[in-house]
Design a protein around this ligand. Structure first.
Ligand code: ATP
Ligand code: MG
Length: 371
């Protein structure tokens, strides 16, 4: 029975097609459960650069600030675009959103579907039942570094010394930064199977020794949650050896980047995986957040009705769960997706003999119908 304002940022490539399907799903949820969703659209990526001269304008950022949550498609262009040395890169939109709105946690749930186990290269019996979420620290760590001035995607410089070229990256975390991400992992675990795996490299890195110390301290506040440490290299191995043993994995920015790409292959296609970026700001019913598929703008298949909209539709479910506190509605979307997969509908990325090949729009419509 709520009134919610959602900012919709479709972006580039397949972004508009897949976001359209997710918005349609949210509209049906509104009708079915008597909520009013007001959608305010904004430009990001190449479209924003062409219209406004920047990847995301201050006005669009303000629009985001004033809403309950953000549904994001993808940004990015064909390699030829970057070959022309553009002054502004479409990817800056994401950087500005993450830093500006302080989304310090990126959640990537990874679930396998019994019907899609053969889509992966890992043995079905190893994959079956996988249901985990990676909580990646998003605004600190090795990924950004802490050298001044911080430059997105280029945290440090290569410089000339008397011994030749050298470059330096830093991995800095404060106690407070570690504590807030670890705490978020424990809170998420409470609503799941109650297990947290903290991933670090404490045998080598000082920042990981601090990470482990803070994690221990936070864990003491959650006696109901099973807690373990794992070194990142061991985690990489166990992810494909025994993925069902994980519930919540929490880790440093670059470790999370690498582990989530690895974990995405458990599900069979990038087109299946949603994500949520959360920060400290709370809404009336949850946390302010940005929701997007883990994949990019896929310009090679844009405008051809080929893209799998499920990752974006599942991102809309996360939006309902985390930002609006609408668990029942989120679950309804997830169930509808399972239903459509069970019924044998597949987009091209998951094409399989004996299954029904459908386009982006039909997949979206099938999910709407299942709801
Ligand atoms: P980015 O740097 O923005 O993450 P990327 O280089 O990782 O982009 P993606 O845009 O994620 O590339 O896509 C990689 C390939 O995966 C695409 O070329 C496309 O064929 C396929 N792909 C990605 N997303 C989907 C989807 N939703 N449905 C079908 N295929 C997809
Ligand atoms: Mg990518």
């Amino acid at each position: 029975m709520g009134n919610y304002t959602l900012t919709v940022l479709p972006g580039d490539g397949i972004g508009p097609e897949i976001v359209k399907q997710a918005v349609q799903v949210l509209q049906i949820i509104g009708e079915r459960y008597h909520h009013t969703f007001t959608f305010q659209h904004g430009l990001v990526g190449v479209a924003a650069i062409e219209a406004e001269g920047e990847a995301i304008s201050e006005a669009t950022l303000a629009l985001c600030q004033q809403s309950h949550a953000i549904l994001f498609g993808a940004v990015g262009a064909l390699p030829t675009y970057y070959g022309q040395q553009p002054k502004v890169k479409p990817e800056q939109a994401l950087f500005k959103l993450r830093k500006g709105l302080q989304f310090f946690a990126n959640l990537r749930p990874v679930q396998t579907y019994a019907e899609l186990l053969n889509a992966s290269t890992i043995k079905p019996e190893v994959l079956d039942g996988t249901d985990l979420v990676v909580v990646r620290e998003l605004t600190g760590g090795l990924y950004y570094g802490h050298l001044e001035p911080p430059v997105p995607g280029k945290p440090s410089e290569i410089r000339q010394t008397e011994h030749g070229l050298e470059a330096i990256d830093t991995l800095l975390y404060t106690e407070a930064e570690i504590e807030r991400i670890i705490r978020m992992a424990f809170e998420i675990a409470r609503g799941r199977r109650k297990k947290v795996t903290s991933v670090d490299k404490a045998n080598v890195l000082s920042s990981s020794v601090l990470w482990r110390r803070v994690a221990e301290r936070v864990a003491a506040d959650y006696p109901d949650i099973t807690f373990e440490h794992l070194l990142v290299d061991a985690c990489a191995m166990h992810l494909i050896r025994r993925p069902t043993a994980f519930d919540v994995i929490v880790t440093e920015n670059l470790f999370g980047d690498i582990l989530t790409d690895e974990a995405s292959m458990l599900a069979g296609s990038m087109g299946m995986l949603p994500s949520a970026s959360l920060g400290t700001r709370r809404t009336e019913h949850g946390q302010f957040g940005l929701y997007e598929p883990i994949h990019g703008s896929a310009p090679d298949i844009a405008g051809q009705d080929k893209a799998n909209p499920i990752a974006t539709i599942l991102s809309a479910a996360l939006l309902l769960r985390y930002s609006l506190g609408l668990e029942k509605e989120a679950y309804a979307i997830e169930t509808a997706v399972s239903h459509v997969i069970k019924a044998g509908y597949r987009t091209e990325d998951l094409k399989e003999e004996g299954k029904t090949l459908v386009g982006t729009q039909e997949m979206g419509q099938r999910i709407v119908d299942a709801l």
